[in-house]
Ligand binder design. Structure first.
Ligand SMILES: [Zn+2]
Length: 73
């Protein structure tokens, strides 16, 4: 596996779309490749942050406040 392949597979792995039989070659590559380990760590952090952000729901009061501001605009 090349580093380029590894990077592509990482995105699928983090989003849970990487086939089980493709996970081992990726893990083997990261065992040998510090660059890809670091890239994976950073990519995983960004994805987790994005997911938490997307799941964030505005509190009800804030939604109501925004709605009334928009209604009065
Ligand atoms: Zn690599």
């Amino acid at each position: 596996m090349t580093c380029e392949d590894a990077h592509l597979n990482m995105h699928d792995y983090i989003s849970g779309e990487l086939a089980a039989e493709q996970q081992k070659p990726l893990m083997d590559h990261m065992d040998e490749c510090p660059n890809c380990r670091e890239f994976f760590r950073q990519t995983a952090n960004i994805q987790t942050t994005m997911r938490d952000f997307m799941q964030y729901k505005a509190p009800h009061e804030l939604q109501n406040a925004v709605s009334s501001i928009l209604a009065n605009a």
